[in-house]
Design a protein around this ligand. Structure first.
Ligand SMILES: [Cu+2]
Length: 157
C-alpha cells in the first residue's frame, strides 16, 4: 500500500507535459553596485533542453529595463551591444559572464548589496517563462565592481 501511495504522489507532482521542455538556468548572480549606480549586470548559465529555444527577453522588478547584451571588441575598445535574443540549441551551454554576454540592468531601483537576492524572469521563444533567483555577489566578484558602462570608455591596455 505504501508503495502505491508514493507512486501516486510522484505522478501528481510530475510537471505538465505537452509543453516545450524548458531551458535550465544555473547560478544566476549579479554584481554588487554602489548606492548611486543606475546600471548593473546579471550573469548566468543556460543549458539547452531537448528542443531548440531562444532567450528573447529578461525582466526584473529591481530595474526599469533589462536588456540582453553582448560584448564586442571594436578598434581595441570593448563595447556592449544590445541583441534581440540568443539561441539556446538542444543540449548547448550558453554562458553569460563578465566581459561577454550579460543581462544589462538599467534604471536600477535599488542598490544591489552582496548577499541580496532578487528575481529575474526570462522569456523564451517557445518554452514558458522562467523566474530565477539572482544572488548578488561580493563587490568585485569575478571582476571590477565598477559599472559595466565603464567598458565603453576604457581602451584595452
Ligand atoms: Cu551591457
Amino acid at each position: 500500500m505504501r508503495h502505491l501511495f508514493l507512486a501516486a504522489a510522484l505522478f501528481a507532482a510530475a510537471p505538465a507535459i505537452a509543453q516545450t521542455p524548458a531551458v535550465t538556468v544555473e547560478n544566476p548572480w549579479a554584481r554588487a553596485t554602489t548606492p548611486s549606480a543606475k546600471a548593473g549586470g546579471i550573469f548566468l548559465t543556460l543549458h539547452g533542453s531537448a528542443a531548440a529555444d531562444r532567450l528573447v527577453s529578461a525582466a526584473t522588478p529591481v530595474a526599469g529595463m533589462a536588456e540582453i547584451h553582448r560584448t564586442v571588441e571594436q578598434d581595441g575598445v570593448m563595447k556592449m551591444l544590445p541583441i534581440d535574443g540568443i539561441d539556446v540549441a538542444p543540449g548547448a551551454t550558453v554562458e553569460f559572464k563578465p566581459g561577454g554576454l550579460h543581462i544589462m540592468l538599467m534604471g536600477l531601483k535599488q542598490q544591489l548589496k552582496p548577499g541580496d537576492t532578487f528575481p529575474v524572469t526570462l522569456t523564451f521563444a517557445k518554452a514558458p517563462p522562467i523566474t530565477a533567483t539572482v544572488t548578488v555577489g561580493a563587490a568585485g566578484a569575478a571582476g571590477p565592481a565598477m559599472g559595466m558602462h565603464q567598458m565603453h570608455m576604457t581602451p584595452k591596455p
